[in-house]
Write a protein that binds this ligand. Sequence first.
Ligand SMILES: C[S@@+](CC[C@H](N)C(=O)[O-])C[C@H]1O[C@@H](n2cnc3c(N)ncnc32)[C@H](O)[C@@H]1O
Length: 219
Amino acid sequence: MDIRSEKGASIYTPLILKLYDTWVLNISNNYAWRCNTDNILLPHFKQNMAKSHLDIGVGTGYYLANARKSSDAITLLDLNPNSLAAAKKRIGAHRIKHVLQHDIFTPLPESEKNKYDSVSMYYLLHCLQGNIKEKASAIENASQALTEKGTLHGATILGSGVEHNAFGRYLMKVYNKKGIFSNKFDSLNDLKNVLDHYFDQVNIQQHGVVAVFTAAGKK
Ligand SMILES: C[S@@+](CC[C@H](N)C(=O)[O-])C[C@H]1O[C@@H](n2cnc3c(N)ncnc32)[C@H](O)[C@@H]1O
């Protein structure tokens, strides 16, 4: 495993994944990042999920498990086998077409290109090492999975140009020091510039310190 990628993925042990929904999706999203999971992120996910769907950075599979009606032709992609196993179990094996252990910094296999009407990456970009410009290759690789009419959607915690509260500042400091996050310099503007580089139609909204985006019309 590339050391650059390993840092953002290896933290997700079976134990951490058991605590993930409570700590991240409930407590941290509400009180540190000020972006409610069920009012903001889940509706965004549901609204943009198509029938043929690829989820990158699956975690516990929370969004897919709660977007039941949308699709049962799902591909899961993650670097960490623990995340893939937990998400597959949570979502239901019958809804999963394909499971791919893969580093999103590496180009996708040909079989995964031009294939999906929607690709999601929620809370993945802030885990990837480097600044937003260095993360551009992950966005480029994700864009290649999309059909011509497909949409990339996701969310990421910003570190620059936003007002973190005391709880958020504390988590940012600890997570960035440990390499769980690498987002100190991630700004809305830089994210928009990278998405604009690969897509014709980009929409980004900021909720708390989280950028929530869609990008369609891949170039
Ligand atoms: C913070 S979790 C997000 C989980 C879920 N999408 C959510 O929003 O609840 C990040 C996930 O991205 C995965 N990940 C981190 N770096 C990766 C990489 N370079 N390639 C693929 N997956 C990666 C981790 O293993 C983990 O499952």
